[in-house]
Write a protein that binds this ligand. Structure first.
Ligand code: GLN
Length: 489
């Protein structure tokens, strides 16, 4: 059931929040051994929350816009007293004393968090495999990744278990799994949604985003989530959706960056993208080629900045304040730090801490970190120039459809390279949505795999972008989304 159907059923009394949550928990329990979407289900808390809501509604309270809608949260979003381990052994058992603003706002609108989802450790990865907890599986083909790092959140939506889930996106972690799993993924403008209670990976890039089964739900969720928060000084107020003409495809100027069609783009993904562009042209959009030369360098720029910030953010995990402590034979404090971090962090996190410490170190910072910051600024200018000519930028979200689990996990460069279409918008702090544009067949037979189209808008235009994505969705094919076939099996 979609978000709006669920909320309506509750408002007109055909369903109670309790029965909805019960049914959701039961289907999650059934599906999870196969999909590993959830790390943990919060059955007791979710049922209690549903009962409180049913009682309030029975007493005449106005239902919120998300009343009784169950949702999943990525394991890096704090929920008070609930284990928030970020997919890391180091934070096993860590229970924060407070709840993330994004979760608070959804709950205030009537939504019910039902469990935490599997993810790459601290959000570092593109396949969901960098974790000591469960590795989520793509419901379209269980041998493949659903994408990462918001892997379990994408699966929970793609498999029809929840109508939406929260994720986080630093360089593509909402959009890439949305594309590979066949759902909608919104990465808001930087600062549009509070990061309070989102465990930091790279603070100048991190945003809380949503994965949803239906295009129209993005705007509803954005309206609940966005807005200044006194607890996060980087939050800003974003624009509304504009007037009716702003939300129409007819006359919309669509930029297509030459650089997005570079080498490495799977011809099947390219074909789906071109079909979508042609359909938009038929609907009245004006296509215009633009150039973003530095977008071609976005992966190295991103990996210098993101690892630098990560090495600093992750310095706090020292065994003193958070999570696990490992004390070896040596009783010194330094030895405890070392043993804790050696045992607690996985390989990818260690690789990034080493790289990040190097790019920030005296003597090298000028050459790497400062240079990357300068390149980032220039990329921002390139986007500004493009948005003086076009309303939105469109292209594929990922260069290939979902790849096999195990295929890239031992080849970090291959894994990083597949982020090259999502990191530019992250570096520039722009809003971006990945929307399903049909499927492709695996040449080896067997799997049918979804493809995502990425929409990028000017900073702050999140609401308009969601409206445009919904307008494209109303065109029908090739903008068709479907839940994974595995679900109905
Ligand atoms: N795949 C990218 C990385 O590994 C992006 C991750 C993210 O957005 N959290 O850094």
């Amino acid at each position: 059931m979609s978000l709006s159907q669920l909320a309506r059923a509750l408002a007109d009394g055909t369903r109670s929040a309790r029965s909805t949550v019960q049914a959701t928990l039961a289907s999650c329990e059934r599906a999870n051994p196969r999909l590993a979407a959830f790390q943990a289900l919060a059955a007791t808390d979710a049922l209690a929350c549903a009962e409180r809501l049913d009682a309030a509604l029975a007493a005449g309270a106005e239902p919120g816009p998300l009343a009784g809608v169950p949702f999943a949260t990525k394991a890096n979003l704090c929920i008070a007293e609930r284990e928030t381990n970020c997919g890391s052994a180091l934070l096993a058992g860590y229970r924060p004393p407070y709840t993330a603003t994004a979760v608070e706002r959804l709950v205030a609108a009537g939504a019910i968090p039902i469990g935490t989802t599997n993810m790459d450790e601290f959000g570092m990865g593109s396949s969901g495999e960098n974790t000591c907890y469960g590795i989520a599986r793509n419901p379209w083909d269980l041998g493949r990744t659903p994408g990462g790092s918001s892997s379990g959140s994408a699966v929970s939506v793609a498999a029809g278990l929840v109508p939406f889930a929260l994720g986080s996106d630093t360089g593509g972690s909402v959009r890439q799994p949305a594309a590979l799993s066949g759902v909608f993924g919104l990465k808001p403008s930087y600062g549009a949604v509070s990061r309070y209670g989102l465990v930091a990976f790279a603070s100048s890039l991190d945003v809380v985003g949503v994965l949803a089964a239906e295009a129209t739900d993005l705007a509803t969720l954005l309206a609940v989530l966005a807005g200044p928060d006194p607890l996060d000084a980087t939050t800003v107020r974003i624009e509304g959706p504009g007037n009716e003409a702003d939300r129409e495809l007819d006359g919309l100027v669509v930029g297509v960056a030459r650089e997005t069609f570079g080498p490495g783009l799977d011809p099947r993904v390219e074909a789906r993208t071109n079909e979508a562009l042609a359909a938009l042209e038929r609907a009245g959009c004006v296509l215009r080629e633009v150039s973003l030369p530095l977008a071609g360098q976005a992966v190295p720029i991103y990996y210098v900045i993101a690892t630098g910030e990560a090495s600093s953010n992750l310095a706090r995990y020292d065994g003193v304040r958070y999570g696990r402590r490992v004390q070896g034979d040596d009783p010194s404090l330094d030895a405890m730090f070392e043993a804790t971090r050696a045992a607690g962090f996985g390989d990818e996190v260690k690789r990034r801490i080493l790289l990040g410490t190097y790019v920030l170190s005296a003597g090298y910072a000028q050459h790497w970190y400062t240079k990357a910051l300068r390149a980032r600024r220039r990329l921002v200018h390139e986007f500004d120039a493009a948005f003086r000519e076009v309303d939105v930028l469109l292209g594929p979200t990922t260069p290939t459809p979902a790849f096999h689990l195990g295929e890239r996990v031992d080849d970090p460069l291959a894994m990083y390279a597949c982020d090259h279409l999502t990191v530019p918008a992250s570096l520039a702090g722009l809003p971006a949505v990945s929307a399903p544009v049909g499927t492709v067949d695996d040449p080896a037979g067997g799997a049918t795999l979804p493809v995502g189209l990425q929409w990028v808008g000017p900073r702050g235009s999140d609401a308009r972008l969601c409206a445009l994505v919904a307008a494209a969705d109303r065109l029908g094919a090739p903008f068709t989304s479907a839940l994974a076939p595995e679900v109905s099996a």
